[in-house]
Design a protein around this ligand. Structure first.
Ligand SMILES: C[S@@+](CC[C@H](N)C(=O)[O-])C[C@H]1O[C@@H](n2cnc3c(N)ncnc32)[C@H](O)[C@@H]1O
Ligand code: SF4
Length: 446
């Protein structure tokens, strides 16, 4: 495969970009903690009641914290090897928490993620989905996603997903390279992964495949080959993540900072991923997401963890689940044991909370626009916040413009081709100082 040159990198001045985005020294480039989860103000002692108010919700996230193995790169809250009695217990807790959803609620998005929801036996997954459906229905065009991994998907799971009309299924493949699969401790092989995709594509659901680039030992050629082999099956979309590592990922201790200090390598990876996806017929719709050009319905989205940038109507249930209700974020107890104890004793399952300040809302506005690869409408910004964008972010904006990472066109601000390749670092440039300091403090030391 001839990989040279990658057009979007022609003439790019890496030094100037490095100066403009001030990359963190001790981290893979993708911010492993995403704002405002990386803010220091998540507190267990918020004044007032942490109990979540009764509120109308529009989106629901359910965290199923079980997996068949622990991938060495993964920082999600999960348990491997749980006994069936523990799984039943946890599902009962989720169902108790779902009592907060008022009967008759109509939702635009439901997302059952984890962990691996299909690591539950099919009958328990069925019970969980039934209990959601008893309380809430889906609006027309709404998305109901369930995540799965290739080896966990049995015929019974498929029939549960089919019978409930789940219309989006996301499968973690991550890589088809058998050596890397072993290295990262995923317990499925290439054949199982391709087969799971084939079987899923026989359902009526929109199928998304997760991939990761940047593993140690992974070459551009092997990533492109994986993408092509999967694309031949024609999943509706790919999500391609750059490997993100933080202090909770075991891989960091051994292979760790494979991108450290190598802005050029990161940008090249992303350029290669974009090009390979495009050549396979997939268009980039958000930073990590590539949708097949034949897909006309564009509403099959992953629910972001935070509902917009200000007033939220999103409820999260399960350990470590995040809710965004009104102007407050709520984080459920992160340890599974703590979560179960709280839920079973009728205590509040929320462990900490965070009030979105004006500064947080401004940063989230940038995250929801530029950070997702969408245009940032400057006059909307001004009418929402009462100041021009320049007033709030002038020096940052100038720096990024001089480095050619953002472009103005009429009333909008856009990422340039090079800006797209460092979208996370551009976004981090808009973080409040307190969040950058928090991030630097929480980067693992070697
Ligand atoms: C909850 S998992 C999906 C379902 C299932 N547990 C699985 O892995 O097959 C969500 C996806 O997030 C991605 N992911 C998890 N940890 C990551 C990390 N440290 N860096 C990049 N992507 C990661 C992986 O692509 C993973 O498949
Ligand atoms: S990536 Fe998926 S399967 Fe692997 S440990 Fe994380 S949640 Fe479990």
């Amino acid at each position: 495969l001839d990989l040279q040159p990658v057009d979007v990198l022609t003439g790019v001045n890496f030094e100037r970009i490095r100066d403009a985005v001030d990359p963190p020294a001790l981290v893979t480039y993708e911010c492993a903690h995403v704002y405002p989860l990386s803010a220091p103000d998540f507190r267990a002692d918020l004044p007032g009641d942490l109990a979540r108010p009764k509120i109308t919700i529009d989106k629901l996230y359910v965290h199923v914290p079980f997996c068949n193995y622990a991938c060495r790169f993964c920082f999600y809250v999960k348990q491997v090897g749980a006994h069936i009695t523990e799984k039943r217990r946890l599902v009962r807790c989720l169902i108790n928490e779902l009592e907060r959803v008022q009967r008759g609620t109509v939702l635009s998005q439901i997302y059952i993620g984890g962990g691996t929801p299909t690591a539950l036996p099919a009958d328990l997954l069925d019970t969980l989905i039934n209990s959601i459906k008893e309380r809430a229905s889906l609006a027309p065009d709404a998305t109901f996603t369930v995540e799965c991994s290739p080896e966990s998907l049995g015929a019974e799971h498929l029939s549960v997903l089919r019978s409930h009309g789940i219309n989006r299924i996301s499968v973690g493949v991550d890589t088809l390279d058998e050596n890397i699969l072993r290295e990262i401790n995923r317990r499925h092989d290439r054949h199982q992964a391709l087969n799971a995709c084939r079987v899923l594509l026989e359902t009526d659901a929109f199928i998304n495949v997760d991939l990761i680039y940047g593993f140690s030992g992974q070459t551009e050629e092997s990533f492109i080959k994986d993408l092509q082999d999967l694309a031949a099956l024609r999943p509706h979309s790919f999500t391609a993540y750059s490997l993100r590592l933080n202090e909770q990922t075991p891989l960091l201790k051994t292979k760790g900072d494979s991108f450290r200090g190598d802005l050029e390598r990161l940008m090249r990876w992303r350029a290669v991923v974009e090009r390979a996806a495009r050549e396979a017929g997939y268009m980039q719709t958000r930073m990590h997401t590539f949708v097949h050009e034949s897909v006309t319905r564009n509403h099959y989205k992953r629910a972001p963890c935070i509902d917009g940038y200000s007033f939220g109507r999103q409820l999260g249930v399960g350990p470590s689940a995040l809710s965004h209700l009104g102007y407050r974020l709520y984080l459920n107890a992160e340890s599974i044991k703590d979560y179960i104890e709280r839920a079973e004793s009728g205590e509040n399952t929320v462990g900490s909370g965070f009030d979105l300040s004006g500064e947080d809302q401004r940063t989230l506005f940038v995250a929801r626009t530029l950070g997702e690869g969408l245009p940032l409408p400057l006059s909307d910004y001004e009418s929402v916040f009462g100041h021009t964008f320049e007033h709030d972010f002038g020096p940052t904006l100038n720096r990024l413009e001089r480095a050619g990472l953002v472009l103005r066109s009429d009333d909008t601000l856009l990422l340039s081709g090079a800006g797209r390749l460092v979208h996370d670092l551009v976004l981090r440039s808009f973080y409040p100082e307190k969040a950058k300091l928090w991030l630097d403090k929480h980067q693992p030391q070697f």
